[in-house]
Design a protein around this ligand. Sequence first.
Ligand code: MN
Length: 502
Amino acid sequence: MKKAILVYSITTFMFTAVFHKTFSLALFLFLFSLGSFAQDDRPSDYLSKEFHAGRRAALRELMPDNSVMVVFAYPTRTFSNDVDYFYHQNPDMYYFSGYKEPHSVLLMFKAKQTDAAGNAYDEILFVQKRNAKAEQWTGRRLGDEGAKSKLGFKAVFNGEEFQKFNIDFAKFDKIIFDRFPVDIPVSKNDSADLYHLVQQFREKAAIPDDYSKDTRLDTKLYRELTGRLREIKTGEEMDLIRKAVEISCQGQNEVMKTLRPGMSELEIQGLHEYVHKKYGAEEVGYGSIVGAGDDGCILHYMENTKTKIGNEMLLMDVGAEYHGYTADVTRTVPASGKFSTEDKQIYQLVYDAQEAAFKILKDGAQWSDAGAAAKEVIAEGLLKLGIIKDKKDVGKYYPHGLSHHIGLDVHDRVYSSTLKKGMVITIEPGIYIPSGSDCDKKWWGIGVRIEDDALIRENGYELLSSFAPRKPEDIEKMMAQNSVIDNFKLPPLQSAEKKKAF
Ligand SMILES: [Mn+2]
């Protein structure tokens, strides 16, 4: 039902209700409706509290006897003066709790503990305290009660309780935690900011400055356990990853349809990210890479400063992050809509390398075999085209690996080197020939990467990013279509005329 109609009918109902002396019921219904509004106009497909509880239970299974694992929120970061960067939670904290705010710490115990009042617990979450004034400036907080009702924790306290909370860390055989970030900002007047929570933990658990050699204080095991869990995706995670990947493909498609020489790299980046947000993806999982010609030969090019894309190949490595899960999809297309002979020869090599790698993907396969297969195709091809004289020089034009896991991180936490069903990896060979390279000039300025996301299955794989074309002829077909963005025209800026008129 449309909001306006609902409000109207509620108002009418209230008016009638007063006449019938049932005002309190009407008021109740009215407030109840407001409550449902608040839920209706927010996403409804976040990870469930059962998911997070399930991940904590799975972790407990893997933890050694008599151990505790401690997970901190990520620090906040200054953007400029009193403005912070958009806050991004530590993916481990998000994975195990669903809590998205800074200044928090989660403790998970292998065995049940007993608090001073005799209550048993095997997990405790310390969160940001609610504060009406602060919330009006920097946003809503869940608070301890919210963390109980929304996230399903039983033992939740405000951060300021951590200092005096009695946990005897000396009794544990293993204290499992991640390496502390080196530069956590400190608020002198806040005993519950991340800086102080970490300090308090270090005091309680007697963690020295150099804890790297102490096997009881185990940061290596932290990486192993979180890697073993996070490398295999659950159904709920797959729902979000599929969505992130499909959204990223739609961004690629829309840009392919509207792209023409003369547009800017920034503009293309903006179009991708607009499409992501239109579909509800909050963030990008990494800085968007949009590089034309030589810019496309810089692997992690993120300046995107070219104001006029020429008649050249445009490399676009852009991944939507949807509810914490990121895609990683790259398409490289000719800005003109038509591949030149040289563009196509290089593109086809990268495509064939991808195909060779795909053939290897299945449960139990060696990850490194896929990498070797792709590298061989590229080496052989570059040799045939005369771009290299010796196959061992392939690294000059293909300097990176083939693949990485994706999930909560774009380079996701992983433990195994064998592929297992339920893993999600990228397959992303590339060839980059910057101007000035030691080969025929006709190849200069061609940079091609094709990157797709694959779910490993029992006997093969599922291509999650099949929504955006990969074959040269399919890309040309997509680029020949019209886009809704073609008609998006803005007025010229007038400030240019006022230049230096101050
Ligand atoms: Mn990648």
